[in-house]
Design a protein around this ligand. Structure first.
Ligand SMILES: [Zn+2]
Length: 373
């Protein structure tokens, strides 16, 4: 009898307790309301309110969630009633000329999702888009090496070529739409000395006076030098080849800026600049000046390797930190004729990644090493 009485009281209590817990849990999972505008406040400033009343849109505002974007436009007296629906959908970004630029973009027919994307990703270089006609910017959304400053070049290159957009972006970033040497980045001595991965090509130059501070002789010939790490790796590569009856010798290792100048000028005098540029680097633009590249030859050849050795090099050199830098069939990208004999040291980790990617180092560097923006 007594037990029954206790339950008569406890049962509603338990139900109540469970209800409270359920409500509490539901609240926890409920989405916070109305924060599409990153608002810190939820009411319009005095100025915005006054202007909205003058414009007869106060009631409209009151029927919508607070929008910091709308508030800014009202405060700066840049509000355009035609765009009211879009304004509500555009997230405020604390950047210079937000309200003004927003109107310009709307005027160019960008929609609210495009504008949100633009402000979120390119608020610092937005002027580039303001100077151009509308472009379908979202098509570049998933392209990690996209660089807004090259937008016009992407557009032009795509009109002229039949590549997919990803390829267009990479090729333009590499500089394939330009003539070599017309525009290039010059490394500092520190960068050249401290970064074993730097890309040297017709668009990336070494300082004229750069000479690595850790050059050591190769065992084959004491006047042949490479940077210490590359030299040690090269000895290992040579031994590995010997074990598999693949023999090769260095014939052109580190070259100074001055040496490269003499070599290039000799070719230029002989074949003319255009032709020389297809097989010889101008001084400052040679990997040999890095002390990380070496040309190798087969025993019976003066300045080349046999097809078998080339094959071996393609499949094995990365294990010792080297890549074949100007492989066959990639002339269009590397901007040099194929050079089976030229290998570049990158360290085992990076050389392995480049080997596995099947890309030239120019492409790999742009996609995975160079920072864009
Ligand atoms: Zn070479």
């Amino acid at each position: 009898m007594k037990i029954k009485k206790i339950w008569f009281i406890l049962y509603p209590l338990i139900i109540l307790l469970i209800s409270i817990m359920v409500i509490f849990i539901l609240k926890l999972f409920q989405k916070p309301t109305n924060n599409t505008n990153n608002s810190t406040s939820t009411t319009y400033s005095e100025k915005a309110t006054t202007v909205s009343k003058e414009l007869n849109i106060y009631d409209n505002l009151m029927n919508h969630e607070y929008s910091k974007t709308v508030e800014k436009l009202l405060e700066e007296e840049l509000f355009n009633e035609d765009y009211l629906d879009e304004y509500y959908q555009i997230d405020y970004v604390d950047t210079k000329e937000f309200a003004n630029y927003l109107n310009i973009l709307l005027n160019k027919n960008y929609n609210s999702s495009e504008i949100n994307y633009i402000f979120k990703n390119f608020s610092k270089e937005i002027e580039i888009l303001l100077d151009m006609d509308y472009i379908d910017i979202l098509k570049y959304k998933d392209i990690t090496n996209f660089d807004l400053s090259k937008l016009e070049r992407y557009q032009t290159y795509q009109e002229q070529n039949d590549y997919d957009l990803k390829t267009v972006v990479t090729y333009v970033n590499i500089g394939l739409d330009l003539k070599g040497y017309s525009e290039y980045k010059e490394y500092t001595t520190e960068e050249a000395q401290n970064d074993l991965t730097i890309l040297v090509n017709k668009y990336h130059k070494l300082p004229d006076n750069y000479e690595p501070n850790d050059l050591v002789s190769l065992s084959y010939n004491s006047s042949y030098k490479l940077r210490k790490e590359a030299a040690e790796a090269f000895e290992k590569l040579t031994s590995a080849g010997t074990l598999e009856n693949v023999y090769f010798y260095p014939f052109s290792p580190y070259r100074s800026f001055e040496t490269q100048k003499v070599i290039y000028n000799r070719y230029k005098d002989r074949d003319g600049e255009t032709k020389a540029d297809t097989y010889s680097a101008r001084p400052g633009f040679s990997e040999h000046q890095l002390g990380l590249a070496v040309d190798v030859r087969s025993p019976n050849l003066n300045d080349n390797i046999t097809p078998e050795t080339y094959e071996w090099m393609l499949n094995n050199s990365y294990k010792y930190g080297f890549i074949v830098r100007y492989p066959k069939g990639k002339q269009f990208i590397t901007q040099y004729i194929e050079e089976p004999w030229h290998i570049r040291y990158l360290g085992v980790d990076l050389a392995t990644k480049v080997h596995d990617s099947n890309l030239t180092y120019d492409e790999y560097y742009d996609l995975y090493i160079e920072t864009h923006n």
